[in-house]
Design a binder for this molecule. Structure first.
Ligand code: C5P
Length: 229
């Protein structure tokens, strides 16, 4: 599939999510299932997406000892997800074990890392004991993820150009915080348009409310695809 869009499904009810899936064309987007829906509905949520033809990014951000994270990634791979993620701060051995577990299961699922949560301020990063700026920490952890055999990272579109420059073309950058020109930013602070995020080096764009909150979600999706050409 050519589309770089991943629609974030953040709902308290399963039928709200499946209602949204039924309004979207699986040839035009993938979907992201996160902690809220997976904790409540489990693998049934992933299966509801896959039954309708959607590839799934399972956004559970695993962070534990290597053996446990490897087992979690194997379970996700067996569910048939397209992409999953771990926290890079779990360290090199944890990331290597996760990547190896996916490979060994025969799955081609992508494994990406979260570096520094964009919700953390400079002061909070210092408080948990990381020296340097958020940017320094993102760069260091992104490099560690690449060295550990991961396929890419989640990052802000505002970090994409720098990371792309530092780590080269063969690394996938998945960027939330994307808003079509003129749309409501909601609680997102530093946003970028889909076209600008791709130009900055993003590989995939995670977009939630501008599509799921639109009166016609499929039309909103098509307009975003048209805006990126
Ligand atoms: O509705 P919206 O487009 O803001 O949704 C963005 C999605 O990406 C949500 O699922 C949100 O949890 C996720 N996300 C984010 N910012 C991050 C990491 C994940 O917005 N730094």
């Amino acid at each position: 599939m050519k589309s770089p869009i991943i629609v974030a499904l953040d709902y308290p009810e399963l039928d709200m999510a499946t209602g949204m899936l039924d309004r979207l064309d699986p040839d035009m987007t993938r979907v992201k299932v996160g902690k809220e829906m997976f904790t409540r509905f489990g693998p049934a949520m992933v299966e509801a997406c896959m039954q309708r033809g959607f590839e799934v990014f399972l956004d559970l951000k695993f962070h534990d000892i290597p053996n446990t994270v490897a087992g979690a990634c194997r379970s996700a791979a067996d569910l048939g997800v397209w992409m999953m993620n771990v926290h890079a701060s779990g360290g090199r051995r944890m990331m290597e074990a996760a990547a190896e577990a996916i490979r060994a299961s025969g799955s081609s699922a992508k494994l990406i890392a979260v570096t520094i949560l964009t919700s953390l301020s400079q002061e909070e990063i210092a408080e948990i004991g990381y020296a340097g700026t958020p940017e320094d920490n993102v760069s260091r952890l992104a490099r560690l993820a690449k060295e550990s055999g991961l396929d890419g990272i989640v990052c802000s579109p505002h970090e994409a150009a720098r990371i792309r420059g530092e780590l080269g073309p063969d690394f996938e950058l998945v960027t939330p915080g994307v808003r079509p020109a003129g749309s409501d930013t909601g609680d997102q602070r530093r946003v970028m348009t889909p076209r600008d995020a791709l130009d900055a080096g993003a590989t995939y764009l995670v977009i939630g409310r501008p599509i799921t909150g639109a009166p016609d979600p499929q039309k909103a999706l098509e307009e975003i695809l048209a805006s990126i050409g």
